[in-house]
Write a protein that binds this ligand. Structure first.
Ligand code: ADP
Ligand code: MG
Length: 387
């Protein structure tokens, strides 16, 4: 694994694999440009080195011709141009005459963005299947490859792993290096007390991370719907709250293995899932649905968070898409923001919640990779790192 600073990039034609997989609304406006902003450091560094820059990215999944209308990188080119205050040459294809012409005319400090690499998935899963010929083609476009797409680092696709087999030199960009600088110490040598906060919908999504982090953390605070499977495993009534019955045995096993797991002691409940008419309860009854952690739980979690030196958080504390049930998640943001701990958030929904609630700058690190950060913390080796 080479670092970008250790390569001579002066005047080179560099291909940067970025992660511009941003959410778009129905009018194709970018809802959250965090991933574009986070990629600027590597792009600016290459501009300073007088590079010719070719950007590759995917956006969403492309399964049919119609997807091409809503998954184009054109709106990203516009936003990137605004952020860099510089023209970006957007090529509306990944391969073909337009690309060849643009690459043959490219000059130092020019930036070319090719269309969504996954458009080629329609020609036989070429990008996502890491097709050899496509990998060679991507490699032929430049001299040096920089992988800066952390959100994709757990996948082996042509534009992030395949390409590195056929190009002379490859390295990791600043965004990926920053992610690794924050995330790797968590599984290697965290500062103690190390508090892990887990929430979100499903235990089943988080088994790997629970198993791995339980051995490293001092406390595991579990909120969100996930906590009801654990509470039920302890024989506590959770009413009609979301429970994964198939994972009760796993929860029992974890609870037996360790006393590091801290569970909610009160809940914001409703009678119907769509109701906003909530009440706080310590003990649920058969017809209650828990949609957020309650004030006593917030205080309980606070007492552990305030003792910590390292915090890793994944998964919202409640049904945060509804403002009424954002309180738990917001309070946890606020409590963490007042500590001096190293604080890291990973996970698509939790990172979005932290950013939307205005706490992005209060955390040491907000990961740009949901699945990627989880797989890294599960202890899996990630193909995009070993290029
Ligand atoms: P992340 O993307 O951060 O890893 P998840 O995808 O695991 O998080 O979980 C996010 C989802 O969990 C959200 O849609 C949220 O509404 C849901 N959720 C959290 N707590 C509850 C709850 N008590 N009841 C229902 N859904 C919940
Ligand atoms: Mg999610």
């Amino acid at each position: 694994m080479k670092r970008i600073e250790n390569l001579n990039l002066e005047n080179k034609k560099v291909i940067i694999r970025v992660d511009f997989n941003v959410p778009l609304d129905d009018n194709l406006n970018i809802i959250d440009d965090n991933r574009i902003k986070e990629s600027l450091k590597t792009i600016k560094y290459c501009l300073d080195k007088n590079c010719k820059i070719i950007l590759l990215s995917h956006l969403g999944k492309v399964k049919c011709e119609d997807d091409k209308k809503t998954k184009s990188l054109k709106p990203v080119a516009k936003r990137l141009s605004e952020l860099l205050k510089k023209d970006i040459l957007f090529i509306p294809e990944v391969k073909g005459e337009l690309v060849n012409k643009a690459i043959s005319n490219i000059k130092n400090k020019d930036i070319i963005l090719l269309e969504n690499t996954r458009f080629l998935d329609l020609e036989g899963n070429l990008e996502s299947g890491c097709d050899d010929n496509l990998s060679k083609y991507f490699a032929s476009l430049g001299d040096v490859f920089i992988n800066d797409a952390f959100g994709m680092i757990h996948r082996s696709h042509a534009s992030n792993v395949g390409i590195s087999k056929y190009i002379k030199e490859s390295c990791l960009g600043f965004l990926v290096l920053k992610e690794l600088d924050y995330l790797l110490p968590i599984i290697k040598k965290p500062n103690h007390p190390f508090v892990v906060i887990l929430g979100g919908a499903k235990v089943s999504d988080k088994i790997g991370i629970i198993k791995n982090l339980i051995t490293k953390a001092d406390y595991l605070l579990i909120g969100g719907a996930m906590s009801y499977t654990f509470l039920k495993a302890k024989g506590i009534e959770v009413g009609k709250s979301l429970v994964e019955d198939d994972f009760i045995d796993f929860a029992k096993e974890m609870l037996k293995k360790t006393n590091k797991i801290i569970l909610p002691i009160d809940h914001a409940c409703v009678k119907e899932k769509d109701s906003l008419d909530f009440y706080i309860k310590d003990t649920m009854e058969k017809d209650d649905i828990g949609l957020d952690i309650g004030p006593k739980t917030i205080e309980l979690f606070k007492s552990y968070i305030n003792k910590s030196k390292t915090i890793f958080w994944n998964g919202p504390m409640g049904y945060y898409e509804k403002e009424t049930f954002q309180k738990g998640t917001k309070e946890i943001c606020s409590i963490i923001s007042k500590t001096d701990s190293i604080s890291i958030v990973g996970g698509g929904d939790s990172a979005a919640a932290v950013i939307n609630m205005g706490y992005r700058d209060k955390f040491s690190h907000v990961s740009t990779g949901g699945g990627a950060s989880l797989e890294l913390l599960e202890g899996k080796s990630l193909p995009g790192i070993n290029i």
